[in-house]
Design a protein around this ligand. Sequence first.
Ligand code: AMP
Ligand code: ZN
Length: 666
Amino acid sequence: MNIQDTIQQLRSELDQHNYNYYVLDQPQISDFEFDQKLKALHELELAHPEFFDPNSPTQRVGGAITKNFQTVVHDYRMYSLDNSYSKEDLLDWETRIQKVLGNVPIDYSCELKYDGASISITYENGKLSKAVTRGDGFQGDDVTNNIKTIKSIPLQLKGNYPEYFAIRGEIILPFAGFEKMNQELIEIGETPFANPRNTASGSLKLQDSAEVAKRPLDCLLYSLVGNNFPFQSQFEGLQTARDWGFKAPKEAKLAKNLAEVFEFISYWDVHRHQLPYETDGVVIKVNNLQYQEELGYTAKSPRWAIAYKFKSEQVSTILESISYQVGRTGAITPVANLMAVQLAGTVVKRASLHNADQIEKLDIRVGDTVFVEKGGEIIPKIIAVDLEKRPEKSEVTCYITACPECQTSLVRSEGEANHYCPNFYGCPPQIIGRIQHFISRKAMDIEGLGGETVALLFKNGLVHNYADLYDLTIEQILPLERMAQKSAENLVNGVAKSKEIPFESVLFALGIRFVGETVAKKLAKHYKTITALEQASLEDLILVDEIGERIAKSVIDFFGNDENIAIIERLRTKGVQLEIVEKVNPNATTKFSGKTFVVSGVFEQFSRDDLKKAIEDNGGKVGSSISSKTDYIVAGDNMGPAKLEKATKLGITILSEMAFITLLQS
Ligand code: AMP
Ligand code: ZN
């Protein structure tokens, strides 16, 4: 097979595996195998830029930056949908339809109404060519680069598709992915996202497509627009879209009459809570495309379709008070304390108010009767105030100006939604929060010590920062509430054991703002010791893979603080790991010392990383490109001919995987 065919074959294989995984949810190979194939393809593409394809599966990792999103006119307008809220509304709708069509039997395609951001994706000759947001319906923004990173969207179609057409759908963020993203944000002291829908639509407008690629977005498709389609009805259209490789949810159902439509609605009104993503209703569409054409459009929406909105579960209750919580990073979150009320099967007593703007926008006042709703987020939110029930002497809510815990004046930086308490070292919830983060599972993983005990230790004056944990003695802890000999011993032992936790986790545990688990790993790997990291300049930090200016500044701030330095020095004297411990390999030799290797292609016995490690463990160096300094090339399958040619020209020894193993064992 020639190179071009090999590349082509790898691409279709990978497309198929993406489809199996992200559309069918039935992976056929392991993630590791998938990554190996993707790597192999990537290398071939690098060696052969002449075969570049913007729709190659390697392009899904993103990287393209869009500074300004171009406005694009839709070939076919993107309409809104009329809404209905009751059976009567739907009966009226059918009557209107029958006036146009006569008294013919009408069947309906019933679909879920996915709550996300609408998108129109154009395909030319089976390849994704353009993706545009809805905008005002006539024109939207070209977000092609970002859309291509969503794995369930095919870049290359299968089967018999028309030369040119568009497909419409909704970009969504499933609950699980949303929760995970928020968890990670909370861990590094960032404000979590408010709800999946806004996060999904916000993601489409990110400038860096590599950032979009990291978000667990999905795309659910619901209609094909264009000419020369091989089907006569909406429902067949959905099936056809599936055949071509699109994710068109299987929940859609064909109803022979309105009675069956009602059944569909009743069923999903209850069961939608079990879906992995958010829905806000059902869309009912006249199934026959001929009929759709006869019915046409109003100024805003098709006459042949209607949305039925589920009543979001909403209750009204009284706002008793507003309290203000202070987080680990000092961020203030206002919380509504409500008169207890039942909502969606749980008792609700509190609701999130987000920030000062939110309170001002809704003009929420203590004593008000408010409407509370449960959306995609865990804590319910207040959506409106019942002004008619407002007590006569109610007072406008004044947002606090001082920290409720330490009385320090709050600050609010330009462009930030939240107020902050700047008293980093003296504000109790910040101190406690930082220690709680320090001991958490992904950080120092201290067994025998929980969040409440940390608060207790602080209140009793036993700890003021995380270094103090290492001075705790059993005698000090024993007198505390609910402490027995055994639990006190466990605590002290747990703390002692945390000295074995590797540097990268320690770095995460320090709680530097914006330094999450991944960033901590990157920094630890790059700088190897905390001293090196302390001394790094802003410019230097930014050069590290994936470290941007915001993170770099935060690191500089952290180490610029004397108190932090003092705490770190105490951690050092206690024996906490502040540098990477290179594992000594018993098989290490110096047999490759002075030799430089380049590794190319895929291997059978070794992963590429293991292969590189084997070289380094034996004193060799691994270079990234072939040059006159290269001594050996270890060539696996698929090594590009361009590399081969270069190597031959320079007279470099080329080793097969077997030959390398022989050399290694010699
Ligand atoms: P609205 O924004 O309330 O006018 O509702 C119209 C929007 O619902 C469309 O622009 C689509 O983005 C969205 N939608 C979600 N699911 C569907 C579906 N199954 N069929 C049609 N539109 C849908
Ligand atoms: Zn404070």
